[in-house]
Design a protein around this ligand. Sequence first.
Ligand SMILES: *Cc1c(COP(=O)(O)O)cnc(C)c1O
Length: 387
Amino acid sequence: MSHLMNTYARLPVAFTHGQGARVFDEAGRGYLDALAGIAVSTLGHAHPRLVKAIADQAGRILHASNIYRIREQEQLGDRLAALSGMDEAFLCNSGCEANEAAIKLARMCGHQKGIDSPAIVVMEKAFHGRTLATLSATGNRKVQAGFEPLVGGFVRVPFDDLAAVENIAAGNVVAVLLEPIQGEGGIHVARAEYLQGLRRICDERGWLLMFDEIQCGLGRTGYWFASQHAGVKPDVMTLAKGLGSGVPIGACLAAGPAAGVFKPGNHGSTFGGNPLACTAALTTLAVIEEDGLLARAAALGAKLRGAFAGALEGQAGVVAIRGDGLMIGIELDRPCGELVMRALERGLLINVTAEKVVRLLPALVFSDADAEELVSILSALIREFLA
Ligand SMILES: *Cc1c(COP(=O)(O)O)cnc(C)c1O
């Protein structure tokens, strides 16, 4: 009997090692990894530069408390600011913590303006994490059920619907929080005009625009951040998943009216931004830039979507193939969770989210041969499943 809490419906496989987009199980069998730990392993598995940087850092110093200066953290703050145009960063260990920081920051901003009960606008089908505040911000009852009372102070509207935000009359709103591309919700891409419209509304009303780029950011869409497609800069941006390419790290970035809100003692984290995690993130960002992985993600993503459209053409039951760059969803007309196990049996790692959407989030180092193999195995599986 397992001594682990029963929090995951785990597949019957355990991986011992990997190389690039390939992982190997205890029996030595190889799998093509088209999920990358749900958008985590940006550089694939066992990337030589990341392996060396982590080993070298471990040989110097793994951890230093945030009661001291941490040079690696200062460098990462500079780097993230340069890439995003944001002013400052709070570093933590996960996505929910990054969003927790964003929610606290928005509330504190509200209090500083004299709003005693600040509210944050959030979206239907959103996913922001599993802590009490972030599951309350999440737009999925399954994530919330059993954990009531939820944290209050959230106003929910439909995603990609500007009028719904425009029509909010509540006087205590301080911020809008959303994913520019919804991940868990089923790969829903916000229109550029929507994000631009939100920027305008937030400017007019003095609200903070907060983007959760935890799944869609860090180069996956061909831009450093998905919101850059629309040319919209938020006031707060959260990052995690792919930032350390497998080493846990999250970040809450702030700019303009959101910068300078926290003062010493307002927020903190024991492990947040420790030297090891920051080195992993700095190396991940350096490899993305030096190896041209942004252009690669955009081009390979377009090629993959085109190839799936061709391979699945005329197949009844395929509702949509959508996404951006290497964030791809194939929506079917019926629940298709069993495709995950069938793919595993054929040596392919994928995921199904929102019950009917096959989700692909491969590493940015996916090769043309990996892409061809993915299209061939998965389109055959989908055709068999729908037949
Ligand atoms: C995964 C995810 C989170 C939560 O991140 P954790 O590291 O699991 O806490 C939050 N927002 C989005 C968009 C995510 O995809």
